[in-house]
Ligand binder design. Structure first.
Ligand SMILES: [Zn+2]
Length: 89
């Protein structure tokens, strides 16, 4: 089963994006929903293991690509926070 490296890229970018948000829920469920939503709205990225590893770890990700992924993650955060699947704490 090939690995979708978009997942690594989302994992890589998510923490710094979350820092720009205040008063959002960062529980496991919301984080999982944010990731799932992002990945559902981004094209999967299947590459060979060694290539994928360096690609996902690289800070040299193409600028426009990074902007596109960041936009989807921001969208995901907003949608998940407006539709939390659990009660307010
Ligand atoms: Zn939550």
């Amino acid at each position: 089963m090939p690995k979708n490296y978009m997942e690594n890229i989302v994992d890589h970018l998510l923490p710094s994006i979350l820092e720009n948000f205040e008063n959002i829920c960062l529980c496991k469920q919301c984080l999982e929903d944010i990731k799932a939503f992002s990945l559902n709205h981004l094209p999967p990225l299947y590459v060979s293991t060694s290539q994928g590893y360096s690609y996902a770890k690289s800070n040299e990700l193409d600028r426009q690509f990074k902007i596109n992924v960041t936009q989807k993650i921001v969208e995901a955060i907003e949608i998940v926070q407006n539709n939390k699947r659990h009660d307010m704490k």
